[in-house]
Design a protein around this ligand. Sequence first.
Ligand code: SF4
Length: 231
Amino acid sequence: MGIARQAAERAAQFADLLNCLGERRVLCWVSAGAASAVAAKLAMLGGKVTLVYCDTGAEHEDNARFLVDLEKWYGQPIERLKSEKYADTWAVWRDRKYIAGIAGAPCTVELKVGPRLAFQRPTDIHVFGYTADLADMLRAKRLRENYPELQIECPLIERGLDKAACLAMLEKAGIKAPLTYALGLPNANCLPCPKATSPAYWALIRKEFPDRFDRMAKLSREAWSKARPRQ
Ligand code: SF4
C-alpha cells in the first residue's frame, strides 16, 4: 500500500474517531449579509449547527443590530471571532502597507481567513452563503479548488436561491436587512471594501460615508507614493 493511501486511511480513521466522540461540527459562516443569514437558517433545518461570524471592525454599525435580530430568528447565539492582532481593516492596511491588488486583500487573510483557520477543526463541515448568482457560483467553485481539504456545503446554490430570493425571505421573516442594502450597496461588507472596483460603488461611498472615503483616499495616496520606484 502506498504512503499516500496509508495517510488517507489514517486521516479517515482519525475523522471517524472524532465523529464517534461527537466532535463533528457544522459551522455556518454568517457574514452579516442577507445570503449567509438565510443559508444558516436552511442549514439549521438539517440539525445542530455552530453559527460563526468574523468581526472585521469595519462594517456598518447597523450590522450589529442585524446579527442580534438573526440570533432571535435562529434561537441561538452567533459566535464572534476577531483577530487578536488587528482591530480593523485600517490597522491591517497600515501595518502591511498594502491595501488590495490582483493577489487579493490582506484584510481578508488577517480578519477572516486567519480567525477561521484558528477556529476550525479537520472534521468540520462548512456552510457558506454563496448564492445561485453566477459570480457567487464561481466564487464557491474557487473556494473548493483552493481548500480541497474542506467539506463545504452551499445550501443556497443547491436550492437555486439567488441574492434577491434571500432578501425576500428575510423580509418575509420580518427581519430588516442591514442598512447598507437600503443605501444601494450590493452587500453588508466592510466600509469601504478595497476589492470593489466599480466607480458607482466608490461614488456611493463618497456620498454616504465621506469620512471613510477621505480616509481611504489619503491611505491610497500614501501607499501609492511608497510603492513608486525611485527616480
Ligand atoms: S470585505 Fe473587503 S474590506 Fe472587509 S475584509 Fe473582506 S476584502 Fe477586506
